[in-house]
Design a protein around this ligand. Structure first.
Ligand code: SF4
Length: 290
């Protein structure tokens, strides 16, 4: 495959066939995000994408079980693009079990419910959504383009269509100033969206992003490592999904832990407390990544 770099995927899609059906992100405005700043959003021509699926089928037809559709928010694509892509994937890979993609609350709110149901019927079964925070002031400052209530409605639409959600929240996104509000509101939003998968990442301030300029001007200060662990603790205390697999194994995190919520809440809190007490070796700065 020839990919237009940079290319991103969730950690859990490491063994998936990555299909770049769009380039960039249709929103491309979040103040902390540098992922697609070098790209102008566009939907790739359908014939190119279908040709890539055919090419992949000649090489890995019997192996592919998971497909991740890239780049930043392919759910923005119209149904007339999605439909032939999902049909081609199903025909190309007989062992296909899951097609997933990144999505934003805006994508979901803009899609008619019937389109979402159709996408699910055709195989799109998992959406990775990054609300990042449940606090409306922080969401506004991050320029996410959607409020906490929008995310709850987006989750309702995804669920009604039969799609699973994997949610990502961003430790540090509220800065030092709103650290606790961020953690607690994020936990409440995780409860309300009720995903199957839940994860935390840690904010890295990337040079050239708006949040980096805010930091340079003294308008934003990233919590320190201890404060980030306290945020994580508050988030886990607050989040009450009905049954979610929680992970903080992303390379940006200092403390990779996991478990099932609510079942393993006490064990996860105990692991965080061990780290706060200095009895756990945290991931060193040099080993962290975006
Ligand atoms: S929606 Fe996602 S990919 Fe797009 S700018 Fe925001 S964080 Fe980046």
């Amino acid at each position: 495959m020839r990919y237009a770099e940079p290319l991103f995927r969730p950690p859990s899609e490491a063994d998936s066939f990555i299909l770049q059906a769009t380039l960039g992100c249709s929103w491309n405005a979040c103040t902390y995000c540098a992922m697609y700043r070098s790209k102008h959003y566009r939907v790739r021509p359908l014939d190119e994408v279908l040709a890539e699926i055919s090419e992949a089928a000649t090489r890995f037809a019997g192996e592919v079980r998971h497909v991740f559709v890239a780049d930043g928010d392919p759910l923005a694509m119209e149904l007339d693009h999605w439909e032939p892509i999902l049909r081609a994937l199903a025909a190309a890979f007989p062992r296909l079990r899951r097609v997933s993609t990144y999505a934003t609350a805006r994508n979901l709110l803009e899609k008619p419910q019937d389109d979402l149901r159709r996408l699910r019927e055709l195989g799109l079964s998992l959406l990775y959504i990054g609300p990042e925070s449940g606090d409306d002031l922080i969401l506004h400052r991050l320029a996410k383009g959607a409020s906490a209530a929008d995310h709850v409605e987006a989750a309702r639409k995804a669920r009604a269509a039969g799609m699973e959600q994997s949610l990502m929240f961003l430790l540090g996104a509220g800065g030092r100033e709103r650290s606790e509000e961020h953690a607690r509101a994020s936990g409440r939003l995780a409860t309300a969206m009720d995903p199957r998968f839940l994860s935390t990442l840690t904010l890295t301030v990337v040079p050239g992003t708006p949040i980096h300029r805010q930091e340079n001007q003294g308008h934003f200060e990233l919590p320190d490592t201890r404060e980030l662990l306290i945020e994580l603790r508050c988030f886990i205390e607050e989040a009450q999904p009905s049954s979610a697999i929680f992970r903080s194994n992303h390379a940006s995190n200092y403390l990779p832990i996991g478990g099932r919520l609510p079942r393993d809440r006490q064990a996860i809190l105990a692991a965080i407390d061990e780290a706060l007490a200095g009895r756990t070796v945290l991931r060193p700065e040099w080993a962290r990544g975006l």
